[in-house]
Write a protein that binds this ligand. Structure first.
Ligand code: PGA
Ligand code: ZN
Length: 437
C-alpha cells in the first residue's frame, strides 16, 4: 500500500522535487531546487558557487560540455536532482532534515559529494530545510535555532574593497570588510555600511581611481599595497562620521592567501615575497596601525604550522578565521581545535554540502570555543538562506558582500526584515569576543 501523509503521522512526505538551471551573479549556471511536501508546504533554494575554493571542499558538478556555457553548465546536476535524488526522497516519510541529509550522503557515496554533485545535494538540503520550516509554521531562522542557543542578529561584514581572484586589479588581498561592531541595532549597522560605502566611492573618485566593482560588489581600485587600502577604508569610515575601531566600525580582512602562495611556500604580496613568519609580522603591524579586528585565511590552507604560529602570535588580539583550511568540515575543525590553529571558522553551506553537516560544524566550533562567521560565496543568487542561518545559530557574525547589488543586499534585507519583525532579538557579537581588546 502506498504510504501517504496520513499513514506516516509525524513524518514528512516529499511529493515533488525538481531542479532547473539558473544563472548566478557572475552569469554562470547554477541550480534552483524546489521541494513540495504532502502537506502543501514548499521550499526553494538557489545554490551559491565560490571562486577561491579550498581544495578539500565538497565538489561542484559541472557538465564540461564546452559547447554550453564554456563547460560550466549544470544540467547533469539538475538531472541528478530530478532523477536519482527525487526517486530516493519521494514516496516515504522523513522524520527530520538530518535523516534526509544522511540519505543524500549515502546515495552519493563519495566523500566530496562528487558523484551526484555537491551543488545538487546542497540545493536539495536547503530547499528541504525551507519546506520543513514552512510545514512547522516557523520562520527559517527560528526553525534552524538549536535548542540550547539564543538567536541573535549578526554583525554584518560589508566587503567594500575587492581584489584577488574576485577583481582584475593588482591587489593580492581578496577582501576588505567593514564591521559595525559598535552599532546599537542591525538597522544602524546597515546604515553605517551603506553610508561608508558611498563615502568610499566619493573618495576613490576624488583620487582619480576607477569605481568599478569586483564580484562581491566592493570597489576594485588599482592599488596593490594592503596598507594603502586600509588607510583609505579608515578615511571612508571617519568621513562618513563613524568612529573607526571596535566601539564603532572595525575592519575585517580576507586576504585569501592560498591564492598568492608561491610554490616555495612563500607569499607574494605586492611583488614582495614573504615567509609565513614575515606574513605574521606584517599582520601584526597592520593590527597596530589600523582597527583590524578579524583576519580570515591569513595563511594558506596547507600551512598548518604557520597557522599555529599565527594563532599564538595574534590569537588574543584578533579573530583568526579559517576558510579554505577548514572548508566547514566538522572533522577538520575538530582537528584544528586540537592543534590550536585559528580561533574561528568561516561557515559556508556549500563547502560541506548539507545543512545538517553545516550545523554540526557550528556545534563543533561552539564546543571548542571557536567563533563562527557565516558566509556567502562570490557567486550568489538572491537566496537569503545564510541570513536565517546566521540569526538562528546565534553566532553573531555574517559576511555577505557589499551593501550593494541585488544578490548581496538580499541577505542584508532579510536581516532587516527579521529585525523589524522581532525587535526583541539582540544585535552584535557574542560578548565578550574571545580575545583581549
Ligand atoms: P569564494 O570567496 O566564494 O570565491 O570562495 C569567498 C571567500 O574566500 O571567503
Ligand atoms: Zn575566504
Amino acid at each position: 500500500m502506498p504510504r501517504t501523509a496520513e499513514t506516516t503521522a509525524g513524518t514528512h512526505q516529499i511529493t515533488d522535487i525538481g531542479a532547473l538551471e539558473i544563472l548566478d551573479s557572475r552569469g554562470r549556471p547554477t541550480l534552483q531546487v524546489n521541494v513540495t511536501l504532502a502537506t502543501g508546504a514548499t521550499g526553494a533554494a538557489g545554490v551559491p558557487s565560490g571562486a577561491s575554493t579550498g581544495s578539500r571542499e565538497a565538489v561542484e558538478r559541472r557538465d564540461s560540455d564546452q559547447g554550453r556555457y564554456r563547460g560550466l553548465g549544470v544540467l547533469d546536476a539538475v538531472g541528478a536532482v530530478n532523477g536519482e535524488i527525487a526517486q530516493r526522497l519521494s514516496g516515504r516519510g522523513w522524520h527530520d532534515l538530518a535523516e534526509i541529509d544522511a540519505a543524500l550522503i549515502d546515495l552519493d557515496g563519495t566523500p566530496g559529494k562528487a558523484r551526484l554533485g555537491a551543488n545538487a545535494v546542497v540545493g536539495v538540503s536547503m530547499a528541504c530545510a525551507r519546506a520543513l520550516s514552512a510545514a512547522a509554521g516557523r520562520e527559517l531562522w527560528e526553525w534552524l535555532t538549536p535548542p540550547e542557543i539564543a538567536p541573535r542578529l549578526p554583525v554584518p561584514h560589508f566587503n567594500v574593497i575587492n581584489g584577488g581572484v574576485h577583481a582584475p586589479n593588482p591587489l593580492d588581498f581578496q577582501e576588505f570588510m567593514i564591521a559595525p561592531l559598535g552599532a546599537r541595532t542591525l538597522a544602524e549597522a546597515v546604515r553605517a555600511g551603506a553610508e561608508i560605502y558611498s563615502a568610499l566611492r566619493d573618495l576613490l573618485a576624488s583620487q582619480g581611481q576607477v569605481t568599478a566593482l569586483g564580484d562581491e560588489g566592493g570597489f576594485a581600485p588599482q592599488l596593490a599595497e594592503p596598507e594603502d587600502v586600509l588607510s583609505l577604508v579608515v578615511t571612508a569610515i571617519t568621513t562618513a562620521g563613524y568612529p573607526a575601531g571596535r566601539d564603532g566600525v572595525a575592519i575585517a580582512l580576507d586576504p585569501a592567501s592560498s591564492e598568492f602562495r608561491l610554490e616555495d611556500g612563500r607569499y607574494q604580496v605586492a611583488g614582495q615575497k614573504l615567509t609565513s613568519a614575515e606574513m605574521i609580522e606584517r599582520y601584526a603591524e597592520m593590527i597596530d596601525r589600523f582597527p583590524v579586528w578579524l583576519i580570515e585565511d591569513g595563511l594558506a590552507e596547507d600551512d598548518w604550522a604557520g597557522w599555529a604560529d599565527l594563532t599564538r602570535r595574534l590569537g588574543e588580539r584578533v579573530q583568526l578565521v579559517g576558510d579554505d583550511i577548514f572548508v566547514t568540515n566538522p572533522e577538520i575543525i575538530a582537528d584544528a581545535i586540537g592543534r590550536g590553529a585559528a580561533n574561528a571558522a568561516l561557515i559556508k553551506v556549500n563547502q560541506i554540502g548539507t545543512v545538517t553537516e553545516t550545523l554540526e560544524a557550528m556545534a563543533t566550533c561552539r564546543r571548542g570555543g571557536y567563533a563562527q562567521l557565516v558566509s556567502h560565496r562570490s557567486g550568489e543568487t538572491t537566496d537569503s538562506f545564510i541570513a536565517d542561518l546566521a540569526v538562528g545559530s546565534g553566532c553573531g557574525e555574517l559576511k555577505a558582500g557589499a551593501p550593494a547589488r541585488g544578490e548581496r543586499v538580499a541577505k542584508y534585507n532579510r536581516l532587516l526584515e527579521i529585525a523589524a519583525a522581532r525587535p526583541d532579538l539582540p544585535y552584535g557579537l557574542i560578548t565578550p569576543p574571545n580575545m583581549r581588546r
